[in-house]
Design a protein around this ligand. Structure first.
Ligand code: ZN
Length: 356
């Protein structure tokens, strides 16, 4: 398996979009453009999640494939008299990655401002709890008036800049926000593959808003779609900094069979289905548990319960501007997901559903 120019382009574009939780418009527009190119009907929930609808031959089964559009970041809270900006973090930002990092502010008019994270002293000795109080963002404004003139307002989103770079002869990729722009690229990539395929079920493919602040868009999107079966795409933290065979979440070791996290216990039959698909497609896979959660946590509890499977890969440096994924993991995830979809119909769904 080799990564194509198109896939690299999608991953590059998706990671460089700016969209912290609650302000995902840029990402949604990107998905919408691709969905419209494929002439698929669109659905939106009232929070801003977006789905494309691909009708199948048998509408008795509804399958939802979900990513999430948002990334962790900040919003402006206060402009100081000297032009520096105080912020509120949105989502679980890795504070260790922040000091001196380059940043981009996008104001409500869509204008970008480039700057950096500043702090008073080289050695902060910051208590984790008040770390954010000890830093400011500097976008070059010399005073409050200049910032106000540039239409910087409360709530403008700020992200840490993390350009896309290809590492080690296309084996690994470095950028901000592979969590979860991995899913945005994969959704478009998947639609490319399914362009001339008619599936024996209705497929809803898209992405939710506000995952990083508590699975909010997943709740509203699943209420909208009311799926029978959901597959959630996300990027989980690798735990392989000091390589040990006992670790779960090793870069390059394939698809994560996520059996447990804070928000959902994996459905045994679905995990087995996923594992078998990995074996049948001859790709690597690894068991994984997490103290975090994914949108699956909300979707599986919607209606009277929904069969839900996570389909994740891992990344190093999660929630920092420098996340690294393994290209083979991406390709493996895509291959297995296609295999799952191509071997799914109503009877198969019933067999996954009965006697959980
Ligand atoms: Zn995520």
């Amino acid at each position: 398996m080799k990564i194509t120019k198109r896939q690299l382009q999608l991953l590059k574009e998706a990671t460089q979009l700016i969209g912290v939780s609650g302000q995902e418009k840029e990402v949604r527009n990107y998905l919408q453009k691709h969905f419209e190119e494929k002439k698929l009907p669109l659905l939106f929930d009232e929070l801003g999640s977006i789905y494309a609808y691909k009708k199948g031959t048998d509408s008795s089964l509804k399958v939802m494939i979900s990513g999430h559009m948002d990334e962790v970041g900040f919003i402006t809270q206060e402009i100081l008299s000297n032009g520096l900006i105080k912020v509120v973090p949105i989502g679980g930002v890795d504070e260790r990655s922040m000091i001196a990092h380059r940043a981009i502010l996008k104001n409500s008019l869509g204008k970008l401002f480039y700057g950096a994270v500043t702090a008073n002293a080289p050695h902060l000795n910051a208590e984790a709890a008040n770390f954010i109080k000890q830093i400011t963002f500097d976008f070059g404004f010399r005073n409050k008036k200049e910032a106000e003139k540039a239409n910087i307002k409360f709530g403008d989103q700020i992200i840490l800049d993390g350009p896309f770079q290809i590492l080690n002869k296309k084996k690994r990729l470095l950028a901000k926000a592979f969590d979860n722009r991995y899913s945005i690229a994969l959704i478009i990539d998947l639609l490319d593959e399914l362009e001339n395929v008619t599936l024996p079920f209705d497929l809803y493919l898209g992405a939710n808003v506000q995952e990083e602040v508590g699975l909010r868009g997943a709740t509203t999107a699943s209420n909208l779609i009311k799926p029978d079966l959901a597959i959630v795409l996300d990027c989980s933290p690798a735990r392989d900094t000091f390589v040990s065979k006992e670790e779960e979440g090793v870069l390059g070791e394939g698809v994560l069979i996520r059996y447990l996290d804070r928000a959902m216990i994996g459905f045994p039959k679905l995990l087995k289905w996923q594992e078998e698909a990995c074996k049948e497609t001859k790709v690597k896979y690894q068991y994984f548990h997490s103290t975090g959660g994914t949108d699956a946590g909300a979707i599986h509890k919607s209606q009277t319960g929904v069969l839900t499977l996570t389909h994740c890969i891992c990344a190093r440096g999660l929630h920092s501007p420098s996340t690294i994924i393994d290209v083979d993991d991406y390709l493996a995830a895509k291959k297995v997901l296609l295999h799952l979809l191509k071997n799914l119909n109503y009877e198969k769904y019933l067999s996954l559903k009965n006697n959980i």
